[in-house]
Design a protein around this ligand. Structure first.
Ligand code: PMP
Length: 362
């Protein structure tokens, strides 16, 4: 099976030696601290290192602005627990990250889709919907979105920030993919926009740039909501694993994470290019797809009349897989949409996967 379905980082690119060294040093230098309970906000060294990384990327951040979370998925749960009551309106880009839809759904929130185009959420549509649906928060993944790989341009980020200020909703800016950029320049975070810096919660994650098994993420939020999230986290798990946080802090001190990100980005760029290069012959005539400048995903729309969910069985019979797009929609699903991930196979395997995909549509 060649799978373009999973959203997993490539395991052969994990920096295993770097982690072995970091675990060894943590357990040699401060074993009692590393194995003890610790504070809910998170490891001070780790928060300081994250604050420095964000500040270096033009988002001035103090370590006190941050709470370490058990993956950024937990940050979504904490925000949901603190900010949402059943029936509250959450605005989402359509299509949207599936596990976020589930988190908001479990809380009984009313999820309202906001239309998107190839550049992500459409600010005029957001403004119009927010005017008639008083919303508590807007959730979006502005950079290399899951599932579409799309990136919201700077001007739209400003417009989103201004809409939040005008209508009084929180912005949850989820950014697990932003550092996996293969072309072009970083687009400023919405959290850096003066219009919404006091109402934006930025979520970050080490899953895609270090390893998801660490379950390390963080939220950067204004004081009031941050304090509520700390109380919610206390109730949820007291704190994120002390030893894993200490290892990540040690890794950030002794290893070169940016060099590692360059290594994985070089590999992922090649894999993305192998996928994009092969799509014209693999997909039926009239298909459309985007060219993401980073992240893990390409979003495909098959020609009218194709149903990606039905065709998946045919694909699997040819030993290739993808994720149908329909479940990602909070509004009317597009049956012809599907998500391809390019991270876990070599360019040669991707070529073979595409030959199998072509048979699916033959
Ligand atoms: N947000 C988005 C958009 C994601 O794609 C993912 C992982 N697939 C997460 C959050 C959760 O990541 P983690 O909990 O591993 O940090």
């Amino acid at each position: 099976m060649i799978s373009f379905a999973g959203g997993l980082p490539a395991p052969e690119l994990f920096d295993i030696d770097g982690f072995k060294a970091a675990f060894d040093r943590v357990l040699a230098d401060s074993p009692r601290r590393a194995l003890q309970y610790s504070t809910t906000e998170g490891d001070a060294d780790l928060r300081e290192a994250i604050a420095q990384r964000l500040t270096a990327r033009a988002l001035p951040t103090d370590s006190d602005d941050l709470v370490i979370t058990t993956g950024s998925q937990q940050a979504l749960t904490l925000i949901t627990a603190t900010a949402l009551e059943p029936g509250d309106v959450v605005l989402v880009e359509d299509p949207c990250y599936l596990a976020a839809l589930q988190t908001f759904g479990f809380a009984g929130a009313r999820v309202v889709p906001v239309p998107t185009d190839d550049d992500g959420i459409i600010p005029e549509a957001l403004d119009e919907i927010a005017a008639r649906e008083p919303a508590k928060l807007l959730y979006l993944v502005p950079t290399f979105q899951n599932p579409t790989g799309r990136t919201l341009p700077a001007a739209r980020r400003t417009a989103v920030a201004e809409a939040a200020a005008r209508h009084g909703f929180w912005i949850v800016e989820d950014d697990p993919y932003g550092e996996l950029r293969y072309d072009g320049e970083q687009v400023p975070w919405i959290a850096a926009s003066p219009a919404a810096s006091d109402r934006t919660i930025l979520l970050g994650s080490f899953s895609k740039i270090m390893a998801p098994g660490l379950r390390l993420g963080y939220l950067r939020a204004p004081a009031a909501i941050r304090r509520s999230c700390v109380i919610a986290k206390q109730a949820a798990d007291l704190h994120t694993s002390t030893v894993d946080q200490a290892v990540a802090a040690r890794y950030l001190r002794d290893s070169d994470l940016d060099a590692h990100i360059r290594t994985i980005s070089d590999a992922y760029r090649e894999r993305r290019d192998a996928l994009l290069g092969g799509l014209p012959t693999a997909l039926p005539f009239g298909s459309r797809w985007n060219h993401p400048a980073g992240g893990m995903f390409v979003w495909v729309t098959l020609p009218e009349g194709h149903d990606a969910t039905e065709l998946l069985q045919v694909a699997v019979s040819h030993e290739v897989a993808y994720v149908p797009g329909a479940p990602f929609f909070a509004g009317t699903p597009d049956p012809a949409a599907l998500r391809l991930s390019f991270t876990t196979h070599s360019p040669e395997e991707i070529g073979e996967g595409l030959r199998r995909l072509a048979k699916t549509f033959a």
